[in-house]
Write a protein that binds this ligand. Structure first.
Ligand SMILES: [Zn+2]
Length: 129
């Protein structure tokens, strides 16, 4: 399942950030998912709930925004909004549209429990790479 490996990837990013920034509890993870990324958002939520269960992100809520799909139409030379990878150009109807935006998923922000002042791990955190 594609979404399961994406969810594991998100968890790895969280773990890396936790090692760098020294937090222990993640409250919220903000993701941006392109309309053309081929990600089933509900399936991703389900997968993330499964993989987060016993880790640092067990309390974390996914906040997902979508990025509009965009393509470059070679016939009319315009960047156009498209809803699918191989959609025709909405302006001229041409089929030679190359996807140019909204094709990936990225982690925008990880919101953590701010009360980490007494956390002994904070002092030993590694500097940002
Ligand atoms: Zn066109």
């Amino acid at each position: 399942m594609h979404e399961m490996s994406l969810a594991e990837g998100i968890l790895r990013i969280i773990d890396d950030q936790a090692a760098t920034r020294g937090f222990r509890c993640v409250l919220r993870v903000r993701l941006e998912i392109g309309e053309l990324a081929g990600v089933e958002i509900e399936a991703l939520r389900f997968a993330f709930d499964a993989v987060k269960a016993n880790g640092i992100a067990s309390q974390a809520v996914l906040e997902i925004s979508t990025a509009r799909g965009e393509g470059w139409c070679m016939d009319c030379g315009t960047t156009v909004p498209i809803a699918a990878l191989y959609a025709d150009c909405p302006l001229c109807g041409g089929a030679r549209v190359r996807a140019s935006g909204g094709m990936d998923m990225r982690v925008i922000d990880i919101e953590v429990d701010g009360d980490t002042a007494d956390d002994p791990n904070r002092r030993s955190r590694r500097p940002p790479a």
